[in-house]
Ligand binder design. Structure first.
Ligand code: SF4
Length: 246
């Protein structure tokens, strides 16, 4: 039985309708992603606002800004602003030779588009999937890289010690239970992200106060508590991912 669809409705009733808080076009996303470190929605957006107050992000404009000035603009986003400034320059250089990134992605298969995006610094499968889904290039079942545990706990009541296995299992659940449309998969991504950030945290999920506890396989309604299901039982179907970064 597909457990996830009614749970997504319940999550939407609880958290409200969600919207992406990041730039959804491929090139601006690549820049936004490096505006914070460690990367998080909040830090990246802080750095992004600061960067945009300093310069236009068009490749030629970014390349014209001195690295030290770029690093200063990125500082509100967190650590290693100098390295992030270098990466912005790298991305801008690649974009200059690449041309229209969206057009290139649209012409490729999802696998080819993913491979192209992974040539940019800091982008692994989760980040590539996220770009392709939110830029409406391919309705891939993207999983929030910071909380793959949510769908797995809800669906199977299990957890995995291995990030790659958990990510693959989460993606399998989304692929099999959420309609392959941009709207449905973006909605699922955003709701799982919000729930994972605020309630179903990676360490110490707040099951006692969770609005969907009674429908979640991880929670035992009879006992009114977490099942404490064993970790390490989730088996990846298909190739595992080595890099949990976006
Ligand atoms: S009941 Fe616990 S494991 Fe299940 S979704 Fe809520 S917080 Fe997560």
């Amino acid at each position: 039985m597909a457990r996830l669809p009614p749970i997504l409705d319940a999550l939407e009733s609880f958290h409200g309708r969600q919207a992406a808080s990041w730039p959804t076009e491929p090139y601006p996303f690549l820049i936004w992603w490096h505006c914070g470190y460690p990367a998080s929605e909040e830090r990246c957006t802080r750095g992004w606002d600061s960067l945009n107050a300093e310069t236009d992000i068009a490749p030629e404009k970014l390349l014209a800004v001195p690295s030290a000035k770029l690093a200063r603009a990125l500082k509100p986003g967190g650590m290693i602003p100098e390295l992030r400034a270098e990466r912005l320059k790298l991305i801008a250089k690649r974009m200059r030779s690449q041309g229209d990134l969206r057009a290139a992605l649209t012409e490729l298969s999802p696998q080819g588009a993913r491979a192209l995006l992974k040539k940019f610094p800091g982008i692994a499968d989760p980040g590539a999937d996220r770009i392709l889904l939110f830029a409406r290039v391919a309705p891939i079942a993207a999983v929030p890289s910071s909380c793959p545990q949510v769908a797995v706990r809800i669906d199977s009541g299990r957890e995995a010690d291995n990030y790659a296995a958990e990510y693959r299992e989460s993606q399998r659940i989304l692929e099999s239970q959420v309609a392959p449309t941009f709207e449905a998969r973006a909605r699922a991504y955003l709701l799982l992200l919000r729930h994972g950030q605020e309630v179903c945290k990676r360490t110490g999920p707040l099951c006692d106060t969770c609005s969907i506890a009674k429908s979640c396989a991880f929670f035992s309604p009879a006992r009114g508590q977490r099942t404490g299901a064993p970790r390490g039982r989730v088996v990846a179907r298909g190739p595992t991912r080595k890099n949990p970064s976006s």
